[in-house]
Design a protein around this ligand. Structure first.
Ligand code: CA
Length: 245
């Protein structure tokens, strides 16, 4: 079922084998159903500062650094980059707006697939643009005994952020694995682009409102409509990956 996508990946990258050792997980929109709150917070705060960013457009920028998103909108609507002060103000206001909401729920299916992957003996690496201070504590409450500090890439580790492949390349380095020894799980176009540009087999999980096409166009190798579906298909996908050697 997935053989074609796997073979195409190997062929594109001039590889003969796939040797799965690690799975790199994005966080927002993959592990937590946090994107509706992020998109709403961006929209509301931008309006407050006289800038316009629809909720749907916010999904297109998902994964970018806060400064990156603010600059794109500022250039479009004011013809210039935002000043460091503006970036600080808008980003702080966005974080405050986000925190007014109750904490986002775990994505249905996420814990189940994480437990399966752990039981398979594969490394689980987190690759997020988030810079929350107490991230690991929170992850440990939601997903006990899955994540480890040395296998996490956060906003503090990266300079460029998605869609640059940098975060995923750092993830491979932290995991001590090569591109053909890992897969990426992503929900956003820019995140899929980053995983794909890092040369990693990238699985898109479309948990938001964007059409599947934007995820395919960003370079997705396989697409699932939900984390629950991905979780249910994991064992058969893993077997096909293992057999593709
Ligand atoms: Ca995401």
């Amino acid at each position: 079922m997935y053989k074609e996508a796997l073979n195409k990946y190997l062929e594109t990258h001039g590889l003969s084998t796939f040797n799965l050792k690690a799975v790199l997980f994005d966080m927002d929109g993959v592990l937590y159903n946090s994107m509706p709150i992020h998109a709403d917070s961006w929209h509301v705060v931008m309006e407050r500062f006289g800038l316009h960013l629809s909720r749907e457009e916010a999904y297109m920028h998902e994964g970018r650094t806060g400064a990156g998103t603010i600059n794109i909108i500022s250039r479009r609507e004011r013809g210039r980059d935002a000043t460091p002060e503006e970036i600080e103000m808008i980003y702080t206001a966005k974080a405050e707006e986000f925190n007014k909401h109750s904490k986002p729920d775990k994505m249905p299916g996420a814990l189940d697939v994480l437990n399966q992957i752990k039981a398979n003996g594969l490394k689980i690496i987190l690759v997020t643009g988030s810079g929350q201070k107490s991230l690991l504590e929170r992850l440990n409450r939601s997903f006990p005994n899955i994540f480890h500090e040395e296998l996490m890439v956060t906003a503090f580790d990266v300079e460029k952020g998605k869609p640059n492949p940098e975060p995923y390349l750092i993830g491979l380095e932290k995991g001590g694995v090569k591109a053909n020894e890992a897969i990426v799980i992503e929900n956003a176009p820019l995140g899929v682009e980053a995983g794909s540009k890092a040369g990693i087999f990238t699985i898109a999980v479309n948990t938001g409102p964007l059409p599947d096409k934007v995820l395919w166009d960003a370079g997705a190798n396989i697409l699932f409509p939900s984390m629950t579906k991905f979780s249910k298909q994991w064992e058969s996908l893993r077997k096909e990956i293992t057999q593709s050697n």
